[in-house]
Design a protein around this ligand. Sequence first.
Ligand SMILES: [Zn+2]
Ligand SMILES: [Zn+2]
Length: 188
Amino acid sequence: MTARIVTRATDIPPDWVLVLDEIDEGISECSFQIGAAEVGIEDGQLRFDAPIDVSMTIGHTLQTFTLKGKVHGELLGDCGRCLAPTTASFDTKFRLFIQRKEAGPEELEAIEDEDEILVVDPGVREVTLVDALRDAVALDMPLRIHCREDCKGLCGQCGADLNHGACDCAENEVDPRWAALSQLKQGT
Ligand SMILES: [Zn+2]
Ligand SMILES: [Zn+2]
């Protein structure tokens, strides 16, 4: 009989879970990667090509943690004009201020207006960054990406990719007013 080995991977928190007691006082830096699925980014049009890079600075006093983070990723999707497969670099920032309930007034002065504030009970040991990351990414997610800034797109009539040259539609298109006039002429 073989004994089943149970790996207890859950004992080790992933990189995006902040273990509060392990953070040094003062300023520290850390960086990690997180998959778009972990962040919970679901977008039908655009997706992240590879794990998202996160780097952040953590300022820690007795009961407060001030996080300033940068997020970078590569988006993959169709060009919004010509539909060609396209990649675009994606960058955003996030800020989070975590405060244990007993934080003193001097510590609270460090909060800046734009900080997202999270108050945790003194007993809380871990804080996940997923929510802050998801909010930051969702807020800055572009609606569409373009293969190049001056992409000419597709012809609305024949569907030709105008980046490869003009189609005949524009030339053949006759202003309806002129068409009426030429009909009149023909009638006489
Ligand atoms: Zn394009
Ligand atoms: Zn055309």
